[in-house]
Design a protein around this ligand. Structure first.
Ligand code: 26Q
Length: 804
C-alpha cells in the first residue's frame, strides 16, 4: 500500500512570501490586472488559482497511484452536489490556511472579506446534494480512488427574496464570473442521443436517436485532508453537436441559426428546485439520462484504456446511485454491453448489478420517482425495451411478482433495487422502514440486499472551518489530529466536568453569537440580543419538517409572556432559514405566515428583549456555516418516520447545540450517543404516528384538548397576523382542524412543554454548557469519514491507497 508521503513531496509547502508572489503572478497573468486596479473579484480569483496550483501535484500523484495499483474506483453518481464555497476548504485541506491568510495580509488585503466574496456553488436542493459534497471530501480524505459525476448547471438553486413576507425566486448566476476551481476538458465529450426509433436486429434492437447533444466535461479536483490524496468531480455541460447553423444565418434567419445551441444547452441550464418529484417533466428525464449516460460512457472508456475486460467490471468499478435520479445507469450499462459489445442480456444484467449500489433518501410517496411510460418511450425507447427484459429476468430469478412497470409507469425505485447488489437507507430507523414499507416485498425476494449506512458530515467544513473558536479549543485540549479521526472527540468527555473548559466553551459560543448578531445588524438591519438563547430551525420548507409547529409554539409563548410579563422568562431569538419549492403553495404560505408573525411579535413592546423571530432570506451553505456555530437549540422536529436521516442535526450537535427533537431519522442515533439526558425528546414515535392516523378526527380532538393551541389557531384565523384579513391563512388553519397529516396538533402540547423544560435547563448555564460539551464530545461517529469507510467495506469493496 502507498503511504501519503510516497505520493507527493510534502516538503515544498510555500512560505507566506512565496505564496504571496504566486497570488501576484496569477493576478497579473491569469486576471490581467495590476494590483492598483484589481477588484475584490480579481484578488479572489488570484488567491483561488494560487491554491488550485497546490492541488495539482497530489491530484496527478493520486491518478498515477490508482493506475499503478489497478485499484478499484468508486463512481458517485448524483444529480446534485451542494458544494458551497471552496477557498477555505481547499486551504485547510492543504494545511495552507495560515499561509494563505498571512500572504493576503502582506498584500494589504482582508482575507475574510476575499473568502466571503466567493459565491456558493449551489448545485443542489438540500440534504441529498450536501451529502454528496461531504462524501467527496471524505473519499479524498480516506484516499479512496473516486469520481463524482453530476451536472454543471448554468443556474444553481434559485435565490430567495422576501417581498411583503412572501418568497420570490430569482435565477442564481454563479457562472456569471469565472469558476476558479474547474478545468474545462473540451477533449472529453460524448454524443448523447434522445428519442427516435428502433430497428429490429436479431434478438436485439438498433436505436436510432432523433436528437443528439454533446456532454462536455468540466473537472474540479477535490483534495483531502493534509493534501494526501485528490479525486475528481466531473460535471457535464450540454452543448450542441453543431454550434451554429450557418445556412440559416446566411438566409438572414438569425434566431433560427442559434436554435440548436439553445435547445442543447437547455438540458444543463437549471437545477430543478424541487426536493420531491415533480411529476413527469420530460426535461428532467433528459437531464437524468444525459449525465448518467455520459458518466457510464466515461467509465467504460477508462476501463478500455486500462485494458480491462467488461466481465471484470464489478472488480474494477463501483457505481453508487444517489437516489433514483441516476437509475437509468442500470439499463444504460446493459444497453452498451448488449448492443455495442455483444454481451448476452442475462450476463450484462449480472455484470451491471455487480457494479451498482442504490441509496434511498426518502419514503415520502410523492418523492418516489415514476415516469409515465409514454414519456419514457418517447425519450428512451431502447431503454424501455431493456427494462422489460430486466423485469422478466427479475421475475424469473426471484419468483417475486413486484413489477418495475406498473400502472402505466416506470418505477425508478424498483428498477434501482433490482439492478443493485446493495440498497441502503441513510439512518437506522429509515433503513428499517425501507425494509418494512416501500420495499417490503422486494426485501423478501432479496433478503440481505437492504442495509443501513447512517449519514455523516465532514468535520473539516462543519467544525474545523466554520467554528475557529471551538476548533482551537479542541486542538489545545486533545491535540490536532481529530479532523481526520473524529472519534478522538471522545477525549473531551472528561472536560465536561472541568470548570475552566466549560467557561471557555461557553465563551466560544458567546463569540459565535456575537458574530451572528453583527451579521444580522450589518447585512439585514435586524437587532438581536446576543445574550438570548439562539433557537434555530434551518432546512428546506416542508410540511413534514413542521416549521409550522415551531411557529405555533412561538405564538403560544408570546401569549404566555403577555399574560404574565413579570415571570422569569428566558429570552429567545427564534431563527428560521430555508427555501420552499416554487410550486409548493402550502410551504410558501408557511413562509409568509412566519414573516407576518415576526412583524407582529417583533414590534410588540411587551415582549421586547424576551422574544424575537428572525428569518434571513436566501438560506444556503454559507449561511449554515455562520448560524450553526452560534446555535444553542437545534430544532429537529419532523413527524416521526418522515425525515430519512437529517444531517443538519449532526452539524448542530457537533458544534455544541442541544437538540429538541422527535425520534426520527438520525435523531434516534444522535440521542443514543449523546445520552438521553442531554437531548430534549418529545412527540409520537413512528409507530404511534401510524396508529394515530387511523383514529378519526385526531386533529380536532387534539385541538379541543389544548387550550393554548386552540387560541393560537383562533388568532391566526381572526387575522391577528394578517392585518385583520381572515382569508389569508384560513386554508392553513382549516387543514389543522380537518386533516393535519403531519400531526402538528398531536405533538403540539408535548413540544410546548418540552420547550419549557429547555427554558429551565438554559437557566442553569453551567449545566447547559456541560450538556453541550457532551454533545460535541460524543458525536464523532457522525463523521462522513466513518460513513464512507462503511460504504467502502459493505458495498463497494474499495480500498484506501493512503491508509494501508
Ligand atoms: C426528483 C424528481 C424531480 C425533481 C426533483 C426530484 C428530487 C430532488 C431532490 C427529489 C428529492 C431530492 C432530495 C431529497 C433529499 O434531500 N433528501 C434528504 O436526503 C438527506 C441525505 O440523505 C437526508 O438526510 C434527509 O433526511 C432527506 O430528506
Amino acid at each position: 500500500m502507498q503511504r501519503p508521503e510516497t505520493l507527493t513531496d510534502n516538503c515544498n509547502t510555500p512560505t507566506p512570501e512565496q505564496f504571496a508572489r504566486a497570488i501576484l503572478t496569477h493576478l497579473r497573468t491569469s486576471q490581467g490586472k495590476d494590483p492598483d486596479h484589481a477588484s475584490t473579484y480579481d484578488w479572489r480569483m488570484a488567491l483561488s488559482l494560487a491554491l488550485r496550483d497546490e492541488v495539482i501535484e497530489p491530484w496527478f500523484a493520486s491518478t498515477r497511484a490508482t493506475y499503478e495499483a489497478k485499484a478499484k474506483r468508486v463512481y458517485y453518481l448524483s444529480m446534485e452536489f451542494l458544494i458551497g464555497r471552496l477557498i477555505e476548504d481547499v486551504a485547510t485541506n492543504l494545511r495552507l490556511e495560515d499561509i494563505a491568510a498571512d500572504a493576503m495580509k502582506s498584500l494589504g488585503l482582508d482575507y475574510a472579506r476575499i473568502v466571503s466574496d466567493e459565491p456558493d456553488a449551489a448545485l443542489g436542493n438540500g440534504g441529498l446534494g450536501r451529502l454528496a459534497a461531504c462524501f467527496m471530501d471524505s473519499l479524498a480524505t480516506l484516499g479512496i480512488p473516486a469520481y463524482g459525476y453530476g451536472i454543471r448547471y448554468e443556474h444553481g438553486l434559485f435565490e430567495q427574496h422576501f417581498k411583503d413576507g412572501e418568497q420570490i425566486e430569482t435565477a442564481e448566476t454563479w457562472l456569471s464570473q469565472r469558476y476558479a476551481w474547474e478545468f474545462e476538458r473540451p477533449e472529453v465529450r460524448y454524443d448523447i442521443g434522445f428519442g427516435g426509433t428502433l430497428r429490429k436486429k436479431g434478438r436485439t434492437s438498433v436505436w436510432i436517436p432523433a436528437e443528439t447533444v454533446v456532454a462536455s466535461a468540466y473537472d474540479t479536483p477535490v483534495v483531502g485532508w493534509n493534501g494526501a490524496w485528490a479525486n475528481t468531480l466531473r460535471l457535464w455541460a450540454a452543448k450542441p453537436v453543431k454550434i451554429f447553423d450557418l445556412d440559416s444565418f446566411n438566409r438572414g434567419e438569425y434566431l433560427a441559426a442559434s436554435e440548436p445551441e439553445a435547445l442543447a444547452r437547455t438540458i444543463s441550464r437549471v437545477l430543478y428546485p424541487d426536493d420531491t418529484t415533480e411529476a413527469g417533466k420530460e426535461l428532467r428525464l433528459k437531464q437524468e439520462y444525459f449525465f448518467t449516460a455520459a458518466s457510464i460512457r466515461d467509465i467504460l472508456r477508462r476501463l478500455d484504456s486500462e485494458g480491462g475486460s467488461v466481465a471484470d467490471l464489478p472488480n474494477r468499478v463501483a457505481i453508487q446511485l444517489n437516489d433514483t435520479h441516476p437509475a437509468i445507469a442500470g439499463p444504460e450499462l446493459v444497453r452498451l454491453l448488449v448492443d455495442e459489445r455483444g454481451v448476452e442480456m442475462a450476463e450484462a444484467i449480472k455484470i451491471a448489478r455487480g457494479c451498482l449500489g442504490y441509496t434511498n433518501h426518502t419514503l415520502l410517496p410523492e418523492a418516489l420517482e415514476r415516469w409515465p411510460e409514454p414519456i419514457f418511450a418517447k425519450v428512451l425507447p431502447r431503454h424501455l425495451e431493456i427494462i422489460r427484459e430486466i423485469e422478466a429476468a427479475h421475475f424469473k430469478a426471484s419468483g417475486s411478482s413486484v413489477r418495475i412497470l406498473e400502472g402505466g409507469d416506470v418505477k425508478m425505485g424498483e428498477l434501482s433495487f433490482v439492478m443493485a447488489h446493495k440498497v441502503n437507507g441513510v439512518s437506522a430507523l429509515h433503513s428499517d422502514l425501507v425494509k418494512e414499507t416501500v420495499f417490503e416485498d422486494l426485501n423478501r425476494a432479496y433478503p440481505g440486499r437492504i442495509i443501513n449506512e447512517t449519514n455523516g458530515i465532514t468535520p473539516r467544513r462543519w467544525l474545523h472551518n466554520c467554528n475557529p473558536g471551538l476548533r482551537n479549543l479542541i486542538s489545545e485540549t486533545i491535540g490536532k489530529d481529530w479532523p481526520a479521526d473524529l472519534d478522538q472527540l471522545e477525549k473531551l468527555v472528561p472536560y465536561a466536568d472541568d470548570q475552566g473548559f466549560r467557561d471557555t466553551f461557553r465563551n466560544v459560543k458567546a463569540q459565535n453569537k456575537i458574530r451572528v448578531t453583527n451579521w444580522l445588524k450589518a447585512g439585514h438591519d435586524i437587532s438581536v440580543d446576543p445574550e438570548a438563547m439562539f433557537d434555530v430551525q434551518i432546512k428546506r420548507l416542508h410540511e413534514y419538517k413542521r416549521q409550522f409547529m415551531n411557529l405555533l409554539e412561538t405564538v403560544a409563548l408570546w401569549n404566555d409572556i403577555r399574560e404574565n410579563p413579570n415571570a422569569n422568562w428566558v429570552p429567545r431569538v427564534k431563527i428560521f432559514g430555508g427555501k420552499a419549492a416554487p410550486g409548493y403553495v402550502v410551504a410558501k404560505q408557511i413562509i409568509h405566515l412566519i414573516n407576518d408573525v415576526a412583524a407582529v411579535i417583533n414590534s410588540d413592546p411587551r415582549v421586547k428583549g424576551l422574544l424575537k423571530i428572525v428569518y434571513p432570506e436566501n438560506y444556503n451553505v454559507s449561511m449554515a456555516e455562520l448560524l450553526i456555530p452560534a446555535t444553542e437549540l437545534s430544532e429537529q422536529i419532523s413527524t416521526a418516520g418522515k425525515e430519512a436521516s437529517g444531517t443538519g442535526n449532526m452539524k448542530f450537535a457537533l458544534n455544541g447545540a442541544l437538540t429538541i427533537g422527535t425520534l426520527d431519522g438520525a435523531n434516534v442515533e444522535i440521542r443514543e450517543r449523546v445520552g438521553a439526558e442531554n437531548f430534549f425528546l418529545f412527540g409520537l414515535t413512528a409507530a404511534e404516528v401510524v396508529a394515530r392516523r387511523k383514529q378519526p378526527g385526531y386533529s380536532a380532538a387534539a385541538i379541543a384538548a389544548s387550550p393554548k393551541l386552540a387560541r393560537v389557531l383562533e388568532q391566526i384565523e381572526a387575522g391577528v397576523f394578517s392585518s385583520g384579513d381572515r382569508d389569508l391563512y384560513r386554508g392553513l388553519v382549516q387543514d389543522m382542524r380537518q386533516k393535519d397529516y403531519f400531526l402538528v396538533t398531536c405533538d403540539f402540547d408535548d413540544y410546548f412543554a418540552t420547550q419549557r423544560r429547555v427554558d429551565a435547563a438554559y437557566a442553569d448555564q453551567d449545566n447547559w454548557t456541560r450538556m453541550a460539551v457532551l454533545n460535541t464530545a460524543r458525536v464523532g461517529w457522525f463523521s462522513s469519514d466513518r460513513t464512507i469507510a462503511d460504504y467502502a467495506k459493505d458495498i463497494w469493496n474499495a480500498h484506501s491507497l493512503t491508509r494501508g
